[in-house]
Design a protein around this ligand. Structure first.
Ligand code: NAD
Ligand code: DAU
Length: 358
């Protein structure tokens, strides 16, 4: 990261966005961080850089045209990187509307305001500018156990309201490139894990439930497969695509680490049995329970990431089992973060999502 750049990052107080912001602020890039601070946005994720002069936090919505226009005019960013989204599949099943509002309409407003500002830049700045949209492998739908992994050419077939909203936003980004020439790139990534993930998602939820002596609720049979990638590897890949990727292209990012949910939950229990054994000497596996399946539950995701590997030389640095152990240790070491996040809204969500699965 030798050249210093100025980035407008949206959703930079969330799990993945905060990792990207921390990485970039550490190496001296300037980051303007626009985040609405919904339930999953957390300023504690940015504690390390709270006094950094090259980080400016703005609380606001990507769908607020006036605010976005003001930020573009004031800061003249070299790139806009759009992490802001509603990100949880189960929430999209219970309440899809906000997914359309932020992921579809919000992204379109952001694109339009950026395009109107970008088209008046001088030629050099115009060519250098990038709009980088952060997306998901879920836009491709689901795989059977022996299907080949998703490539950039796999047709979209989203199955949940979340993935439908992300697919729609990807289409808008593509359309803004094709129609107006906006220099866009899109990355579609598989499941992330690592520090600071909101504990509604599988790995932190199971870890914290285990420690609290609560049930470990596996949806359906637990045979579903996800392809896991450490969040730092994802953010490294984003940086490679942002700085070296070809304009108008999409790049798949994945960890080549397919695991069943059952494997993951058992592994979490084994790690905890080792580093923080239960006081009764029994295994955390005793807490595993099978509950009502997620509606429309995708069976398997797997990413073919040959394109980014070959074109940009990116490869994940973390091995999944070591990364998982470090992640669990992070949750054990950060009791205050956990305590603060589990208050208020979080309890209401747990009640809403899990009560009727019993
Ligand atoms: P997250 O829920 O942890 O963070 C989302 C952030 O966006 C929060 O800080 C929230 O406050 C902010 N936000 C929400 N609505 C906003 C709005 N209207 N305006 C401004 N800010 C808003 O999500 P995450 O896991 O960090 O995901 C980030 C992005 O990466 C999302 O676009 C998601 O679709 C994508 N993605 C996630 C994964 C994953 O495994 N978590 C994998 C692939 C892609
Ligand atoms: O694939 C990328 C996607 O990964 C991202 O786009 C999403 O933002 C992110 O949330 C994630 O989606 P998933 O639905 O795969 O992640 P989640 O952690 O919610 O669930 C992982 C698997 O674990 C899934 O098969 C459902 C299952 N699960 C999840 C929870 C929360 C359970 O069995 N029990 C649970 O309590």
């Amino acid at each position: 990261m030798e050249n210093k750049n100025l980035y407008l990052v949206t959703g930079g107080a969330g799990f993945i966005g905060s990792c990207f912001v921390l990485q970039n602020v550490r190496v001296g890039n300037k980051v303007i961080n626009l985040d609405k601070l919904t339930y999953s946005g957390n300023l504690e994720n940015l504690d390390e850089i709270k006094n950094a002069s090259n980080h400016v936090f703005i609380r606001g919505d990507i769908g607020d045209e006036q605010l976005v226009r003001k930020l573009l005019e004031k800061f003249q960013p070299d790139a806009v990187i759009n992490f802001a989204a509603e990100s949880h599949v189960d929430r999209s099943i219970l309440d899809p509307d906000v997914f359309v509002k932020t992921n579809v309409l919000g992204t379109e407003v952001l694109l339009r305001v950026v395009k109107d500002w970008w088209k008046n830049l001088d030629e050099e700045k115009k060519n250098k500018f990038r709009f980088h949209h952060i997306s998901t492998d879920e836009v491709f739908g689901t795989l059977s156990m022996d299907d080949p992994a998703f490539t950039e050419e796999t047709p979209f077939a989203p199955n949940s309201p979340y993935s439908a909203s992300k697919a729609s936003s990807d289409h808008f980004v593509r359309a803004y490139h094709e129609t107006y020439g906006l220099p866009t790139v899109i990355t579609n990534c598989s499941n992330n894990y690592g520090p600071r993930q909101f504990p509604e998602k599988l790995i932190p939820l199971m870890t914290l439930n285990a420690l609290a002596g609560k049930p470990l609720p596996i949806y359906g049979t637990g045979e579903n497969i996800r392809d896991w990638l450490h969040v730092e590897d994802h953010c490294d890949a984003i940086y490679e695509v942002l700085t070296k990727g070809r304009v108008g292209q999409t790049y798949n990012i994945g960890g080549r680490a397919e695991r069943t949910n059952l494997f993951i939950v058992n592994k979490i229990c084994e790690i905890l049995d080792d580093i923080k054994p239960r006081s009764d000497g029994k295994s955390y596996k005793e807490q595993i329970t099978f509950v009502k399946d997620r509606l429309g539950h995708d069976l398997r995701y797997a990413i073919n990431c040959s394109k980014i590997e070959k074109e940009l030389g990116w490869k994940p640095k973390h091995n999944f089992e070591d990364g998982l152990k470090e992640t669990i240790q992070w949750y054990l070491n950060n009791e205050d973060w956990v305590k603060n996040i589990q208050s208020g809204e979080y309890q209401k969500w747990i009640e809403k999502n899990y009560k009727e699965r019993q």
